[in-house]
Ligand binder design. Sequence first.
Ligand code: ZN
Ligand code: ZN
Length: 358
Amino acid sequence: MGETHTARRRRLAALVAARDADAVLVTRLVNVRYLTGLDSSRAALLVPAEGPAVLATDARYAGTAERVCPELPIVVDRLVSEALTARAAADGHRRLGFEAHDLTVEHHATLAEKAEVELTPLGHPVEELRMVKDEEEIALLREACAITDRAFAAVLPEIRAGVTERAVAIALERAMVDSGAERPAFESIVASGPNGAVPHHRPGGRELQPGDLVTMDFGALYDGYHADMTRTVAIGEPAGWQRDVYDLVHRAQLAGIGAALPGAETKAVDAAARDVIKDAGHGDAFGHGLGHGVGLEIHEAPLMGYDKTGKLMDRVPITAEPGVYLTGRGGVRIEDTLVVRPGGPELLTTTTKDLLVL
Ligand code: ZN
Ligand code: ZN
């Protein structure tokens, strides 16, 4: 991945130059990982508009850093940001960009006090780069999603009346790890019966009952990349209203997926799904955005809905996850992870969306 990371840093360097800075101090760890391959709990990266980048980490990660990023000079210091700020000044950089969404006010004050450089907020340049994935990243996401699909298939026979939400969640998480996941990508959601009306219900001791709809939202983490899938199943033959709501959410999801093309406004993609639900009179029961970008983080740019503007592009992985939540009765959510492609989205999660009656 050395060349990939070098190419990513080159693209960042161009953004730094375009924003009138001499260099940027990258402190968000997930961004350092994206730019170097180093996964650690303490590191920072100095990327100048021109010239080689410098990585700083502490002694615990020094050996790993040398192995993962042999092409980079490495500063071993516990105070990674301080060390790189000093290095920036020594290298003659005057305007040093920083990640204002990461550096705390307190830490900024400490750096500004000592620094012989002018600290200037630079927006979210690394997150902007991360939105469009390269094919190596998409391959990792594809594997994360395949693991998620396999885990669901493996656990299906265990989803039945009498089993608790918690037990289903643990079974899904164990199956994901058994299928090759590093770990679950986020806290799994299993919401049964009336709990299904709570979009982020935490799985508890409630036993699944005949007549329940059960919503499961889970995903595998694979080599740093997050899968995200939701399926809703019925325990025993569903009532008419349950089938209706399921079909409605399913149609809304397909409409959203169909609109997810390069150049589409994220608002329009959200609206494509939302209008289906609104037209059926359930607009108030869909209280969240249609979806979000996924990659090294479970929620990243672009956000769809939530009044965010922006356009989709080729090779942007997103989720499409409409839901209808009926207080006291239950809910349905259906979610896939997909990649925006010119010829139409590539679905990465491929578990059936026909209503499964278990
Ligand atoms: Zn999800
Ligand atoms: Zn999601």
